[in-house]
Ligand binder design. Structure first.
Ligand SMILES: C[S@@+](CC[C@H](N)C(=O)[O-])C[C@H]1O[C@@H](n2cnc3c(N)ncnc32)[C@H](O)[C@@H]1O
Length: 493
């Protein structure tokens, strides 16, 4: 997810997503791009090698002309460069075409159920990929990941998209018979029966079915796109306001759109279940369709579940469609900055979790090579009584863990008292060093044009004050590297 190059070619989507366009009830003009490119990048097989391909999908406008060239069924619906978003069959065809040409997936949809806009659903999967990758101890794509999609819909879109990108497996639930029937068909159409397990639920069951499945007691993530509205009246009023026919492929059926308490009510149930299941799921998450719900859900996560390790993001698709998502974890692995705080800070400062990435700039000057900066960092951190410090001189990156604050003056003084026999040493923690990790971090040296950047990444721990103290220590030492020859003399042991 981090450092992915920009799109290599002009591709992808209209300024309005299909969902957005159906909301706004007007046709969308195709991109004015004059010359469609002859070929698209080949879709790689699932795995990390496919990340760049998927990251670049839908980053620019969908070129309908190109899409029409690639799929005759789509070409038939394009009238003088326009796709009529008032026509449910056009909306469905756009979704089917994008799934076919971009993912190699086939789906069938009933006429009276929600038709998922692909770019929006794609964004949620990209974010989850970043969440999984940046909070795993293993290299991205190495471990087997199990996701639970609560309310998968007739399309079963999230499991289909997830399985196409990574070797993931899914448990997909729904309470609606039609949705379940079509989801089953769509799983079979794409030969994914061995990786997507459909679990029918009722509205009084728990949302997360882990207690009811003997062979699946844990999961890596829970995802859901919950019904938005609180009542059928709210849905009807909106449909009237936007003068569109209710219960079409654009709007969905009441079971898909309405739930007690709306999306916040659904999220409240998830938060309550997560408090019970805790670490049996690494990350719980929900998408949100209302701007106001984000703050409410973050308050629930922090207040009711007492969780400070959370992530908030915004999915922007086109000029008008915005969705948000919140994820939370009872574990102590911290997500990367782009995942944890995927929205603009100015307006969202108060709902965002603490930062996990910091940069300290160091101007370049003669005699100060990146290797020297790296050696200084290595000696600085290696000189502390950390539980673990491993420096890779080639990659200029080090990983450290500590059971407590061993960089403070107070700690050094206490050690001196222990050594002098004035104070007793604390007892060993059960479970060894891994269990005793209060903070895990990575420090890297990145070479820029005129400077080096010392990048500090908080990877593990729940104590933001401890992290801030370590960062302040690192900053003060790196500050001393500036403008002085013989940096080693500044390393305090
Ligand atoms: C907004 S739709 C999302 C469908 C699909 N995931 C998507 O993103 O296009 C909400 C889905 O949740 C399902 N649903 C509603 N209540 C549910 C519950 N208690 N447990 C599981 N699914 C539920 C609905 O039938 C519907 O398929």
């Amino acid at each position: 997810m981090e450092n992915v190059p920009p799109p290599s070619r002009k591709r992808a989507h209209s300024s309005l997503s299909d969902e957005d366009a159906s909301r706004h009830h007007r046709p969308v003009t195709m991109s004015a791009d004059p010359a469609p490119e002859a070929s698209r990048p080949k879709r790689p097989p699932p795995g990390v090698d496919a990340d760049t391909y998927f990251h670049n999908l839908y980053r620019t406008e969908i070129d309908f002309r190109q899409l029409a060239l690639e799929d005759p069924s789509f070409a038939k619906l394009l009238k003088q460069g326009h796709l009529d978003f008032n026509d449910p069959s056009s909306v469905v065809q756009l979704t089917r075409t994008l799934l076919k040409v971009d993912y190699g997936l086939e789906i069938e949809l009933p006429p009276d159920r929600l038709c998922p806009p692909v770019p929006n659903r794609h964004n949620y999967i990209l974010w989850l990929k970043g969440l999984m990758d940046s909070t795993s101890d293993e290299d991205p794509g190495k471990s087997r990941v199990r996701g639970i999609d609560v309310g998968t819909g007739s399309s079963c879109i999230y499991p289909l998209l997830g399985c196409t990108q990574r070797a993931w497996e899914f448990i997909a639930t729904d309470i609606d018979e039609t949705n379940l029937e079509y989801a089953k068909r769509n799983i079979a159409l794409n030969n994914l029966e061995d990786r997507i397990r459909l679990v029918p639920r009722t509205s009084s069951d728990t949302l997360i079915p882990l207690d009811d499945l003997e062979d699946a007691r844990t999961a890596d993530f829970v995802m859901t796109n919950p019904p938005f509205y609180e009542s059928a009246d709210e849905l009807d009023a909106l449909a009237r306001k936007k003068s569109r026919p209710p219960l079409t492929a654009c709007t969905g059926a009441p079971v898909e759109m309405v739930t007690a308490g709306g999306e916040v009510g659904f999220a409240r149930r998830l938060v309550a279940e997560s408090r019970r299941l805790r670490g049996r799921v690494r990350w719980y998450s929900t998408m949100l369709g209302k701007f106001s719900s984000v703050e409410t859900v973050v308050e629930m996560v922090r207040g009711e579940a007492g969780v400070e390790n959370y992530a908030v993001t915004e999915f922007i698709q086109g000029a008008k469609t915005r969705r948000w998502a919140v994820a939370w974890s009872f574990g102590d692995r911290r997500p990367s900055g782009d995942v944890a705080r995927g929205m603009k800070e100015v307006s969202w400062g108060k709902v965002l979790p603490p930062r996990t990435e910091y940069e300290i700039a160091l101007p370049q000057r003669p005699g100060l090579s990146a290797a020297v900066v790296g050696r200084c960092i290595d000696e600085l951190m290696g000189g502390l009584a950390l539980t673990e410090w491993r420096w890779d001189a080639e990659k200029l990156t080090g990983l450290g863990r500590s059971r407590e604050n061993v960089w403070s003056r107070a700690w050094r003084r206490r050690q001196q008292r222990i050594e002098a026999g004035v104070e007793e040493a604390p007892p060993e923690t059960e479970g060894g060093d891994a269990a005793a990790c209060a903070i895990g971090f990575r420090i890297s040296v990145v070479v820029g044009l005129d400077d080096y950047t010392v990048v500090f990444r908080w990877v593990q721990g729940c104590d933001a004050a401890l992290m801030a103290s370590l960062l302040a220590f690192l900053r003060s030492r790196v500050e001393k590297f500036k403008g002085v020859e013989g940096l080693e003399m500044y390393i305090v042991k």
